[in-house]
Design a protein around this ligand. Structure first.
Ligand SMILES: Cc1cc2nc3c(=O)[nH]c(=O)nc-3n(C[C@H](O)[C@H](O)[C@H](O)COP(=O)(O)OP(=O)(O)OC[C@H]3O[C@@H](n4cnc5c(N)ncnc54)[C@H](O)[C@@H]3O)c2cc1C
Length: 400
């Protein structure tokens, strides 16, 4: 394993590991994933079920508590270790959506929650007793324009009353807690549109049927996603995380971690696609020779591999900056964009390499292909990443 030092525009140079870093973690994740082959994921999709057994196995091995400090019962690992966990899950053909959500949503509680909130929730989340896997940001009418969101939380005596609607809230049915972003001060009463939004930790066990309604949202992939309706839902004031009105900043704080974790999943997916297509290209014989002998078959696979390796370097750089406490927005955004594109190109090459069999469910290629497409749209679409780079990195005017 080598080290690369990068000048990063911030304080000191930092180093990042190359090669198989966190080898023990990688091996441990691979061991767990071996019990959850393609058949398991296909069955879940047919029944539209949540991966309960898989999440339980990851929890038992401590992987879901990777980023929770040891004092609250977690492993207290750096972001890079969490990224490695997710990468390996995806490289094994599994899906880590339930896990990544817990990892990055929990960050808001960890960084901005009170000691009482952390003591109340983090040990339960670390042990798997409590699930914090639902993140209510996106709304049907305002989409990527988050500061315009319409869900309101109005202070009323010793609590807040919430009204509004969220869409694409993944795992709301399976999670005990939801991190909710809602407007507490109307837009016309704030000087900056990023102000007046607040984050709340909503206990959905108490809320369902008492002002909170969840409806399933059927989608292209088995992501257990939902629509959530708030109709005069009362939540205690103690559900507020940090200071009222600062929620947008808290959520933004967690987004670099989220982007790096998602990018790692894309690297894992790309590894799975490349391995799967290479194996098939070497085995499948047509016109008396392996199809992989044709440049038309091997070049797209080779190109996607090269793109994946390049994106992986950015993921590693972003994690190294994050773990060193240095600004990592540029690297995190670029890593997410390039990794999602690399994994999509690897997915396309894999499907094409498999010909008609790429469409056969039992090969898992079409399932992974559908899943890989998500990451150019969520949690943030490519255009919005490009807008960030153009404005915040290159200094061009804001385009939206
Ligand atoms: C399976 C799935 C799971 C999800 N899970 C969650 C979740 O758990 N919690 C949650 O809060 N959200 C979740 N989302 C929502 C996701 O984050 C959003 O779909 C995503 O941020 C894009 O927002 P939108 O769908 O409203 O698209 P829009 O904002 O309507 O954008 C539509 C298209 O227009 C483009 N566009 C919009 N504005 C501009 C502009 N100014 N310049 C250039 N292009 C622009 C976008 O890039 C995009 O391609 C999930 C989505 C999916 C599909």
């Amino acid at each position: 394993m080598g080290n690369v030092s990068e000048p990063n525009g911030a304080d000191a140079p930092i180093s990042m590991p190359l090669g198989t870093d966190h080898a023990e973690i990688r091996e441990a994740v691979q061991r767990v994933c071996r019990d959850f082959p393609g058949e398991y994921w296909r069955g879940l999709e047919e029944r539209e079920e949540y991966p309960t057994d898989f999440v339980a196995a990851l929890t038992e091995n401590g992987f879901l508590s990777a980023l929770i400090p040891e004092e609250y019962g977690g492993l207290g690992l750096p972001l890079r270790a969490a990224a490695v966990i997710l990468e390996e899950i995806h490289a094994a053909g599994c899906n880590a959506a339930a896990c990544h959500a817990q990892m990055y949503i929990m960050g808001t509680l960890l960084r901005h929650g009170s000691e009482a909130q952390k003591n109340a929730y983090l040990p339960g989340i670390a042990s798997g007793e409590l699930r914090l896997q639902a993140f209510g940001v996106t709304e049907p009418t305002t989409g990527s324009d988050t500061t315009q969101l319409r869900t309101r939380a109005v202070r009323d005596g010793d609590g807040y009353v919430v009204n509004g609607q969220k869409v694409w809230t993944s795992r709301a049915f399976q999670s005990d807690l939801m991190l909710l972003l809602a407007r507490t001060t109307p837009l016309d009463q704030v000087t900056k549109r990023t102000e007046g939004l607040s984050t709340f930790l909503v206990d959905m066990r108490e809320a369902r049927g008492n002002g909170l309604e969840i409806r399933p949202l059927k989608a292209m992939i088995n992501h257990n996603t939902t629509e959530v309706y708030f109709d005069n839902l009362r939540i205690p004031a103690s559900a507020l995380i940090g200071e009222e009105g600062k929620g947008f900043r808290y959520v933004l704080d967690g987004m670099n971690a989220e982007r790096l974790l998602i990018a790692s999943e894309c690297i894992g997916d790309a590894r799975w696609f490349t391995e799967t297509s290479t194996r098939y290209a070497n085995e499948r014989t047509v016109f008396g020779r392996p199809i992989g002998q044709n440049q038309g078959v091997q070049f797209p696979i080779a190109r996607a591999y090269a793109e994946t390796r390049a994106a992986d370097l950015l993921v590693r750089q972003g994690c190294a900056l994050f773990d060193a406490g240095q600004p990592c927005g540029e690297a995190a955004n670029m890593a997410k964009m390039l990794a999602s594109e690399a994994s999509w190109h690897a997915a396309e090459a894999c499907l094409q390499t498999h010909g008609g069999f790429g469409f056969a469910r039992e090969y898992d290629v079409e399932r992974k292909w559908r899943e890989a497409r998500l990451y150019q749209v969520a949690p943030i679409s490519t255009n919005l990443v490009l807008a960030h780079i153009a404005q915040h990195v290159l200094g061009m005017p804001r385009s939206y």
